[in-house]
Design a protein around this ligand. Structure first.
Ligand SMILES: Cc1cc2nc3c(=O)[nH]c(=O)nc-3n(C[C@H](O)[C@H](O)[C@H](O)COP(=O)(O)OP(=O)(O)OC[C@H]3O[C@@H](n4cnc5c(N)ncnc54)[C@H](O)[C@@H]3O)c2cc1C
Length: 215
């Protein structure tokens, strides 16, 4: 932990074990990456994938964010998983269940561009890389995969119940938690999909919602 990764409010929700960070990152597909350049601060969402001790993102070599990150701009990346809403007996005590991480550091070009691209592709859909043709040289030239080391980070996990003022406990309202889950599917064929191209096993394995049509 460093001074800037020390969680100040509700520090009891902070976790400093790598396994909690890794589990969170491995469950996330989206990171919000922040930089500050000559135009001021900007935070942009990006696909992400943990690969061992680094977090990968990729994008167009022409984008402002990618150019700044490639040039070594200091960055702050947040990853958030929403697990539920906590409805207390007052608006003040209402909150959210979540797992979130903050990673500070400078991104740099991943040395193994093709392998890093494979990690990102597989993160989005395990098994997909082997279903697809290899990227062309032109595609590779237009894309950069960047990595930030997982060295300076914090994790906060909120999984509690309404923490109401004792004076509110008899209030005539429901209190509790409504969990929130991410579900996938059903799969939608692309409008220009050629006939005879059913979803692959990898795609079907991704789907968690209404699989009755699978049989
Ligand atoms: C989905 C979601 C909703 C939230 N809603 C609110 C809200 O409405 N209002 C509110 O005040 N807070 C909210 N929070 C909590 C918020 O992210 C901060 O934790 C909070 O503002 C207190 O920050 P601080 O003053 O302790 O830390 P700061 O002094 O601002 O930050 C110090 C360091 O603590 C670490 N840190 C702080 N927060 C987090 C975090 N969430 N995850 C990982 N590391 C962290 C970072 O490394 C940061 O650099 C929400 C969090 C999540 C994930």
């Amino acid at each position: 932990m460093t001074e800037r990764t020390r969680v100040r409010r509700l520090p009891e929700l902070a976790h400093d074990d790598r396994s909690t960070l890794d589990a969170l990152l491995d469950a996330a597909l989206v990171a919000h990456v922040a930089i500050a350049d000559g135009s001021g601060p900007v935070v942009l969402p990006m696909a992400c994938a943990r690969d061992g001790d680094r977090l990968l993102v990729h994008g167009s070599t022409g984008s402002r964010l990618m150019r700044a990150l490639t040039a070594g701009s200091p960055s702050c990346t947040t990853i958030t998983l929403l697990d539920g809403a906590v409805y207390a007996r007052s608006a003040f005590a209402s909150s959210m269940r979540y797992r979130s991480a903050v990673v500070f550091g400078r991104y740099s070009l991943a040395e193994d561009q093709l392998q890093a691209l494979e990690v990102l592709t597989e993160r989005l859909l395990p098994g997909r890389w082997s279903e697809l043709r290899r990227p062309t040289d032109k595609e590779l030239a237009a894309t950069a995969v960047l990595a930030v080391p997982l060295l300076e980070w914090s994790v906060k996990v909120s999984d509690g119940w309404p923490d109401d003022d004792p004076a509110d406990l008899d209030a005539p309202v429901w209190a509790g938690v409504v969990p929130c889950h991410t579900t996938w599917g059903p799969a939608l064929d692309a409008p220009d999909l050629a006939p005879g191209r059913p979803p692959s096993t990898a795609v079907l394995d991704r789907i968690t919602l209404d699989q009755t049509w699978r049989t």
